[in-house]
Design a protein around this ligand. Structure first.
Ligand code: C2E
Ligand code: MG
Ligand code: MG
Length: 452
């Protein structure tokens, strides 16, 4: 090889800012270490250190400053008292430190912690001290993982976990997490195709009045039955639809499908539909609800929209204006899953909800927590004072049902009196409840259970 070519190759292997091996060269060096140990598997660790706060520094003091910060951090890493390592620059804000004789997870984590602390110290620049923060993802080689690219991928996944968890700033690669990431990836494609091919279906769960045992309506719940992947639940596909921006199309389809189904029910029955927070940020929600009501001739006063407290997290003004508009159209708004997540009583007085649905975790707590009845009693009394009706979700046992009835809860919903079911089964449920609550005695509630 000519000297010039050699020089060029060398130049292209090194990072211009720091003189460290660049991404490609680092992968090559790691693979070379693995090959040296072969046929024995190499027990080693890769730590990816990511620096946060660089863009803020760039915006305040110019791009040159970022180069200086990175150079100083590279020097710190090179001087760190860590033996048998290869350091490289993975990308503009990450370093990779390959420890080719550390295979002990405890030691690996200790080293990561040490490097995070080292890189999180303020960096001098002129008269200033610039604040930065480092986080780390740690991955170990295994018997089967013996290549640099997979190791780097694992360290990247760990880095994501560490950045999501906030503290302590470093995390281990977890195979379960990798599997979850793969499933998520698969689901993104599945959900996009399912929206395209109309593979979603609505099922309906009945809810009843405690005082009369009468069927009051059905909550619509979305299902995805995939020919290959089987049943995928809404807790899995709704977040994907939200992230990929497909929620608007899915939501529009859902509301129209539910209205078209519910317009066939007797006129005293209500249809409850779940709206995800993301739907309030698409800008098309009101038009979609309007169009669905118009196309199907379903009266708005029979449409109950369920939202969760998370809906208010981003832009309360924007959400409140749409909720008010929906109420203006005649729809009712219910606060779903009450008691979970960001529970804050402030939501209760910020908007005139017509219904509050107590999350099923509270109902299940009746079986395990002696304080549960007092908490439920307080929620129900508070709602009553505010003129809000209360549904208990997830009732599975007669004992839970009796407790809630004695606490003066308004409505019950749960597997005990009806699981979510296809729309073709609803006529039978409606008829059965009608005949069972006709000429009812005092014990109407016991009849609800027959509907299962
Ligand atoms: P959610 O609105 O609170 O719905 C109640 C969930 O609890 C449903 O789960 C229902 O099947 C389940 N459930 C009802 N009774 C019982 C019971 O007695 N025991 C137990 N263990 N579970 C019970 P599902 O259908 O898996 O829905 C989960 C969540 O996904 C819903 O919670 C809702 O937040 C969301 N979701 C469902 N359908 C839609 C939809 O069409 N659009 C949107 N945006 N979200 C939906
Ligand atoms: Mg709901
Ligand atoms: Mg709920």
């Amino acid at each position: 090889m000519s000297t010039l070519r050699k020089q060029l190759q060398q130049l292209s292997s090194y990072d211009q800012d720091t003189g460290l091996p660049n991404h490609e060269a680092l992968l090559g060096d790691i693979n070379a270490e693995i090959a040296k140990a072969s046929p024995q598997p190499l027990g080693a660790t890769l730590i990816e250190i990511r620096i946060r706060g660089l863009s803020r520094i760039g915006e305040a003091y110019g791009r040159k400053t970022i180069g200086s910060v990175i150079r100083q951090l590279a020097e710190r890493l090179e001087r760190a008292p860590v033996k048998n390592r290869i350091i490289g620059r993975i990308d503009h804000k990450s370093f990779g430190i390959f420890l080719y004789d550390i295979s002990d997870p405890v030691l690996a984590l200790q080293t990561a912690k040490q490097l995070v602390a080292l890189c999180s110290r303020p960096v001098p620049w002129g008269d200033l001290m610039l604040n930065i923060e480092a986080i780390a993802g740690v991955a170990l080689t295994t018997g089967t993982v013996q290549d640099a690219a997979t190791l780097l991928h694992h360290a990247g996944l760990a880095l994501r976990a560490s950045s999501e968890s906030g503290s302590p700033g470093y995390a281990f690669f977890d195979p379960a997490e990798a599997q979850a990431a793969k499933r998520r990836n698969d689901l993104i494609a599945i959900v996009a195709k399912a929206v395209e091919k109309n593979q979603f279906e609505m099922v309906y769960q009945p809810f009843f009045a405690f005082n009369s045992g009468k069927l009051m309506g059905f909550e619509a719940l979305m299902r995805l039955k995939h020919p290959e992947f089987g049943n995928i639940g809404p807790n899995e596909f709704i977040p994907i639809a939200e992230e990929t921006g497909l929620i608007s199309r899915l939501g529009a389809w859902c509301i129209e499908d539910v209205c078209r189904t519910a317009v066939e029910w007797p006129s005293h029955l209500v249809a409850s539909v779940n709206f995800s927070p993301a739907q309030f940020y698409t800008g098309t929600l009101l038009a979609e609800v309007n169009a669905a009501l118009k196309h199907t001739q379903f009266p708005a006063y029979r449409l109950d929209i369920e939202i969760t407290e998370g809906t208010f997290l981003k832009d309360q003004e924007l959400v409140l204006s749409q909720l008010n508009a929906l109420r203006g159209m005649g729809c009712s708004i219910a606060l779903d899953d009450f008691g979970t997540g960001y529970s804050s009583l402030s939501y209760l007085w910020q908007f005139p909800f017509s219904k509050l649905k107590i999350d099923r975790s509270f109902i299940h707590a009746l079986d395990t927590t002696p304080k549960a009845p007092s908490i439920l009693k307080s929620i129900i009394e508070l709602s009553r004072n505010l003129g809000i009706e209360v549904t208990a979700e997830g009732i599975e046992t007669i004992e839970q049902m009796v407790t809630l009835r004695n606490l003066n809860c308004d409505y019950l919903q749960g597997f005990l009196c009806g699981k979510p079911t296809a729309k073709t089964n609803l006529a039978a449920i409606i008829l059965k409840n009608f005949s069972e609550t006709l000429g009812q005695g005092n014990d109407a509630l016991s009849k609800i259970r027959v509907i299962r």
